[in-house]
Design a protein around this ligand. Structure first.
Ligand SMILES: [Zn+2]
Length: 323
C-alpha cells in the first residue's frame, strides 16, 4: 500500500471518481504470484463502483455526486467495434488495470460511454451486488449469452458459481454446475443450479451427457481457462450446441481437430461488460438479482495485502475492498 498523487482530469472526456468499493480478481493473482512480470511498483485493480467527483468539459451523462458503475475496460462508443457491442475490443480502449482501481480515487477515461449512473444513491447493502456487475456478473452474463443460453435449454457451467446466476436469469431450465470445489458448488446451488457434477475431464463430460438424455448440454459456459476445462466444456456440449468461454486460457492447448469433430460452436473472449451494465444495474436496483454472494470476505482497502494472501491461499473466493 502506497500513497500516490490524486488522479486529475487529463482529457475533457475523463471523470475522476472516489471509489466506494473495489475487489480482488483471480487475474490480479498472476502479478501477485510473479507469473505476470511487472516493470516495478504498479497500481492494480480493475473493478469499481464510486461517486463522481469531477468531470471533464465534454462529459454530459454523469455529474459530480452521481453513484456510478463501470466495466473493466473504458472505451468510447463511436467505432464499428463498439457499435457492434464489443467495446472490450475497441481500438481506443483503456484497460482499467493500467489505471488501478484498488485505490481511493481513479481517473475514468471516456466517462460518458463507460460509466452508468445508478437511479439514485444506493444503500450500503446494494454496493456489493453493484460491484459484482463491474466484472464477475457482467462476464458471466456474456458467457451465458455467448453460449446462447435461453428458455427450455440445459446449461452446463464449468467452473464459476456466479455464472449460474446469469444462466438462471436468462431462463435456462436445467443448470448443471461442474466444479469440484465444495465452496463453488454451494454458491452455484444458491444461485439456482439444479445439478452438480464433480468429476473432471471425460468423466465429468459423460456425467453431463447422462443428465441431458445422452446428448450433452445445449449450452456450456467455460469460466476456468485450462486445457482440461476447455476440453470438458466442448465434450459436455451436444453437436450443434454452443460453448461460451470466458476463462482466460493462459497456456491452454486445444486441438482444432477436436473442436471440428465435436460439432459445437465456440464464442467468447474478453467480456464487453458495458453492453450488459444498464440491464444488470436495473436488475440489482429492483432486487431481482443479488450477486453479492460472490464475495466471501470484506476488508478495508488498507488491508488489501491480507485479501491477496487469503485468495492466494484459497481461503477466500473473492475479496471486496471498501474505501
Ligand atoms: Zn470503439
Amino acid at each position: 500500500m502506497e500513497e500516490r498523487e490524486d488522479p486529475q482530469i487529463i482529457d475533457p472526456t475523463d471523470a475522476v471518481i472516489r471509489i466506494t468499493a473495489s475487489c480482488i480478481c483471480g487475474s490480479d493473482l498472476w502479478p501477485y504470484r510473479g507469473l505476470a512480470p511487472l516493470p516495478g511498483p504498479s497500481q492494480i485493480g480493475h473493478e469499481y463502483v464510486g461517486i463522481v467527483e469531477q468531470t471533464g468539459a465534454q462529459v454530459a451523462t454523469v455529474k459530480p455526486g452521481d453513484f456510478v458503475v463501470g466495466p473493466f475496460v473504458a472505451s468510447g462508443d463511436g467505432c464499428e467495434i463498439c457499435q457492434a457491442g464489443f467495446r472490450s475490443y475497441c481500438p481506443n480502449r483503456v484497460e482499467m488495470p493500467t489505471i488501478g482501481t484498488q485505490a481511493e480515487k481513479a481517473r475514468i477515461p471516456f466517462a460518458d460511454a463507460t460509466l452508468i449512473a445508478t437511479p439514485g444513491q444506493p444503500g450500503a447493502e446494494l454496493i456489493p451486488s453493484l460491484l459484482a456487475c463491474s466484472d464477475v456478473l457482467g462476464t458471466g452474463w456474456f458467457a451465458a449469452v455467448s453460449a446462447q443460453d435461453g428458455p427450455d435449454k440445459s446449461v452446463a457451467v464449468v467452473g464459476d458459481g456466479a455464472v449460474g446466476r446469469a444462466a438462471k436469469q436468462l431462463g435456462a431450465d436445467r443448470i448443471i454446475a461442474v466444479s469440484r470445489h465444495p465452496e463453488r458448488q454451494k454458491l452455484a446451488l444458491e444461485f439456482g443450479a439444479t445439478d452438480v457434477v464433480a468429476e473432471r475431464g471425460e468423466d465429468g463430460a459423460a456425467h453431463v451427457k447422462e443428465l441431458t438424455g445422452g446428448y450433452g448440454a445445449h449450452s456450456t459456459v467455460e469460466a476456468v481457462g485450462t486445457t482440461e476445462s476447455l476440453r470438458q466444456a466442448i465434450h459436455a456440449t451436444r453437436p450443434g450446441g454452443n460453448v461460451g468461454y470466458v476463462g482466460v486460457p493462459v497456456g491452454a492447448q486445444l486441438d482444432p481437430m477436436e473442436l471440428f469433430a465435436s460439432g459445437v460452436q465456440l464464442a467468447g473472449g474478453v467480456a464487453p461488460v458495458r453492453r450488459f451494465l444498464p440491464e444488470l444495474i436495473q436488475l440489482v436496483w429492483d432486487r431481482k438479482i443479488n450477486p453479492d454472494k460472490v464475495f466471501d470476505l470484506t476488508l478495508p482497502l488498507d488491508d488489501a495485502a491480507e485479501g491477496y494472501k487469503a485468495m492466494d491461499e484459497r481461503q477466500a473466493i473473492k475479496v471486496l475492498l471498501t474505501t
